[in-house]
Design a protein around this ligand. Structure first.
Ligand code: PLP
Ligand code: COI
Length: 337
């Protein structure tokens, strides 16, 4: 095994095993270990036709002490069940989620990037409607699986500031739609805007509220946050995913003596912020140096010296410090193996 841990992209990486579990005849079966990257699926599975599916993303880290730390897995398990409920799938008992997760991590332990490389093991739980239906209705059978792979930063810039584009001609999710849960359809809906942004030279898209196009919603596959003086400000919206990273940053910001506001943020306010960034499991904290409004061509600039701002940096160091076991985990977020 010859892996260039320090230069891993955020992408698919073949490992040795994945785990699967099937819901049939009203109950979940036993966890099965597989070394195949494929599974066969019914041609009329609801996941394929009607998007009855949900996924999660969480990370395991090799700490400074050599131990494995899984960050807030219970929050991902809960959110997966909220997603399941949102598209009428069978929930996954927390113990089943945990056992599947521990099994797949242990079997692929050699793929957990060494401490000091900045990389981590990304876990991708997936729940799909696997039973056949042709009418639009929930399946009677489900499949839950987790695969894993070592990853580097989501944006190739890592902790270096990125450039983002505000768009109004696409919505990721509707106010009463599925934006608050992690279902594949939201990501399908974001693809055109996001690929166009890449083609136009941006790292990601800043979606606005679908109804009025006044307020900041979500930053591609990550939440948005801003810092103004000693305040941490993040959008309140009924079409964004409740980010576990954002929730953690809110606790850390409070703990660092910052004030926290979760409220609607108008695009125009961007001019008043000292620092802005995107946050998520994959993105961790990605500082933003420039936001271009694709319609008005207005430009908002941050990080004038080319580097992340001081409070974003402090939050980033504290969060990663906890994840890698370098800083006290005073909130008890890590499951340590
Ligand atoms: N928003 C979207 C649309 C996402 O896909 C993600 C990633 O999971 C996030 C926000 C960040 O959430 P979390 O911090 O729980 O990974
Ligand atoms: C994550 O941050 O874990 C995500 O799921 C983002 C993306 C790769 C969909």
């Amino acid at each position: 095994m010859n892996i260039d841990w320090k230069n891993l992209p955020f992408g698919y990486f073949k490992t040795d095993y994945n785990v699967r579990c099937y819901y049939k005849n009203g109950k979940w079966g036993k966890i099965e270990v597989s070394s195949s990257e494929y599974f066969s699926i019914h041609i009329a599975a609801t996941a394929l036709h009607y998007g009855q599916e949900a996924f999660e993303g969480l990370k395991a880290f090799r700490g400074i002490d050599g131990k494995i730390r899984i960050f807030r897995w219970d929050e991902n398990a809960k959110r997966m069940n909220r997603s399941a409920d949102g598209v009428l799938m069978q929930p996954i008992p927390s113990e089943l989620f945990k056992e599947a997760m521990l099994t797949v991590i242990k079997l692929n332990e050699k793929y957990i990037p060494p401490f000091g490389t900045g990389a981590s093991l990304y876990l991708r739980p997936l729940l799909i409607g696997s039973g056949p239906e042709v009418g639009v209705k929930p399946a009677k059978e489900y499949m839950f699986m987790i695969f894993v792979g070592p990853v580097g930063p989501y944006f190739k810039e890592g902790f270096n500031p990125v450039t983002i584009q505000i768009v109004r001609d696409f919505d990721r999710a509707a106010p009463l739609g599925t934006g608050t849960i992690k279902v594949g359809g939201n990501y399908a809906a974001s693809l055109k805007a996001s690929e166009r942004a890449h083609d136009e030279g941006f790292a990601s898209v800043l979606f606005l509220d679908a109804k009025e196009k006044i307020f900041i919603d979500e930053c591609g596959p990550a939440n948005f946050f801003a810092i103004k003086g000693n305040k941490y400000i993040t959008p309140k919206s009924n079409s964004i995913l409740p980010s576990i990273t954002n929730m953690s940053l809110i606790d850390l910001a409070k703990d660092m003596g910052m004030e926290v506001e979760r409220r609607q943020i108008a695009v125009d306010e961007l001019a008043e912020f000292d620092e802005v960034g995107a946050c998520g499991t994959a993105a961790v904290i990605t500082p933003i140096k420039k936001i271009l409004d694709r319609d008005s061509t207005k430009v908002f600039e941050f990080c004038k010296d080319g580097k992340a701002g001081p409070l974003s940096t402090k939050l980033y160091k504290r969060l990663q410090g906890i994840q890698y076991g370098e800083v006290e985990d005073k909130f008890g977020w890590n499951l340590i193996l």
